[in-house]
Design a protein around this ligand. Structure first.
Ligand code: WQD
Length: 337
């Protein structure tokens, strides 16, 4: 089954391409490389021992999308392509609305027109904002997003749901990611942050590699056991496998189907616990200091993952230690170059 992977050269997209091939799917990538590198395609070839077809295009273009669907006989889509820098989205909201919303709307147009039904959408736990009740399940009320980036994820979920309510024969799953970390165990692919990483783990690995002077822990005066924020850190390979499980579920569904799933480990881990685990498993002393809170940070959030387990037959298997070992192995590899 030919699957179009938009943003397939990105961090989560590339790891998903590997798991799609491993599961017998035939992925085709479309990526404009605005937030990814062509070297990812070489990494994929090293892992998969074959070239993965890639269109270096922006999927916010109706004609381009339609031509690829027809030329490649696409039967399903995993839609990753989106801008995702929370901070940048506050500075430049229109860039985020135009790209993240626009590409999703155009994708739906093409899929409806050509009768292509299977769509897995990359959503985010950011739609929960700061939930009153922790951990969160899929019925936890969404909160107003704390950034335009988060708003685009919530709006796209609404657009998908409204499309199904309108009677479209599409079959759609939204996967709400918690915090993806780590890298492929082969170290042929991994996270390639643009500029200074805003996310915790790449900042840690770059600090450990000497590329950053020190890590700043954004606040230790929160209402948590050690005062630092709590998150649900999930290995990117486990996250990638959830997309295969979602496609397998869609194949069994009747037309006009929509559902959402939390994709996390179900374990809440604090920033400080992660820092200490990184030091321990990689036998490294990390240079860090406690600094002021980062505006907009959620105090604590982690997932109830029962639904994904019961309905999709998926659960996270890798440990935090494995994720942090894989993240460090990848950083050492790309720093060596
Ligand atoms: C995690 C924790 C920080 C950096 C965001 C998006 C989410 C998804 C993942 C895209 C927080 C702390 C971080 C640092 C720190 N993105 N931290 N020092 O904010 O939970 O989620 O990224 O899909 O949608 O909202 O991830 O890694 O930025 O932060 O102390 O240098 O690490 O305060 O508590 P976040 P993060």
């Amino acid at each position: 089954m030919k699957i179009l992977v938009t943003g397939g050269a990105g961090f989560i997209g590339s790891h998903t391409v590997v798991e799609l091939v491993n599961a017998g799917y035939d992925p085709v990538i479309i990526d404009d490389f605005s937030n990814s590198e062509k070297s990812v395609l070489k990494g994929l070839k090293k892992i998969l021992k074959k070239n993965i077809k890639c269109y270096s295009k922006n999927c916010n273009d109706l004609k381009t999308l339609e031509k690829i669907f027809i030329d490649e006989n696409i039967e399903g889509v995993i839609h990753f392509a989106a801008y995702k820098a929370v901070g940048e989205s506050v500075q430049n909201p229109l860039k985020y609305y135009e790209n993240n919303i626009g590409s999703t709307v155009k994708l739906l147009h093409v899929m409806n027109k050509l009768g292509i039904k299977n769509l897995v959408f990359s959503s985010s736990c950011t739609v929960y904002g700061q939930p009153e009740i922790i951990p969160v399940d899929e019925n936890t009320p969404r909160q107003p997003a704390t950034s335009p980036y988060g708003s685009t994820k919530a709006m796209c979920e609404d657009i998908l749901r409204d499309t199904i309510v309108s009677g479209s024969p599409l079959k759609i799953i939204s996967l709400r990611y918690f915090n993806p970390i780590g890298a492929h165990p082969t170290a042929h692919i991994g996270e390639l942050p643009n500029g200074v990483p805003s996310n915790l783990v790449p900042y840690i690995t770059q600090t450990a590699a000497g590329l950053r002077e020190k890590l700043t822990v954004f606040g230790n005066d929160y209402n948590t056991p050690d005062g630092t924020n709590i998150r649900d850190f999930i290995h990117v390979v486990d996250l990638a496998k959830a997309h295969v499980a979602a496609l397998n579920l869609l194949k069994k569904q009747a037309d006009n189907y929509y559902d959402t799933f939390n994709i996390g480990t179900g374990d809440g881990v604090s920033v400080m616990q992660l820092v200490k685990t990184f030091e321990k498993v990689n036998k490294i002393k990390l240079n860090y200091e406690i600094g002021p809170r980062r505006p907009g940070d959620t105090e604590k959030i982690y997932a109830i993952t029962t639904k994904a387990q019961e309905v999709m037959g998926w659960k996270a298997e890798k440990t935090l230690s494995e994720s942090l070992k894989d993240a460090w192995r990848w950083q050492k590899k790309i720093t060596k170059k």
